[in-house]
Design a protein around this ligand. Structure first.
Ligand code: SF4
Ligand code: SF4
Length: 121
């Protein structure tokens, strides 16, 4: 384990595009939100190209990001790529990738690559 602490800066939920979603992930969101699949697709999902599905963004943030509380509104069912953040597997192997992610994740600022690469988080 390492000493990572999320600072709720919101940087990982910011941007005009979000992670790509699988059908299973969208289905989980629908169950969690108590909505039909069609409702979720209409309200929260946007197509990028012919096949890629992403969460919509509002004012530069993922539609599920609560700006006041600085939290994810669908935390229990958030997509796998969101769950692994800020530790995608690549971060343990490559100092350059660690530095790129560290440059905008406030919680990683005080950590060093050696600490991350030796941890099992
Ligand atoms: S689903 Fe949650 S964790 Fe993922 S980008 Fe949206 S607000 Fe952030
Ligand atoms: S970028 Fe890092 S510190 Fe900021 S909310 Fe995401 S995980 Fe937390």
């Amino acid at each position: 384990m390492n000493n990572f602490q999320c600072k709720r800066c919101g940087a990982c939920c910011r941007g005009e595009s979000t992670v790509s979603l699988s059908d299973e992930e969208i289905q989980r969101m629908a169950l969690f939100l108590g909505l039909s699949l069609e409702e979720v697709l209409q309200k929260y999902i946007v197509m990028k190209g012919e096949k890629r599905k992403e969460m919509r963004t509002i004012d530069g943030y993922c539609i599920f990001f609560d700006k006041e509380k600085r939290l994810c509104r669908i935390h229990p069912v958030k997509p796998e790529r969101c769950k692994e953040w800020p530790f995608p597997p690549i971060i343990f192997k490559d100092r350059e990738n660690f530095q790129i992610i560290q440059s905008f994740c406030e919680g990683l600022k005080s950590l060093i690559f050696e600490e991350i690469s030796q941890s099992d988080t």
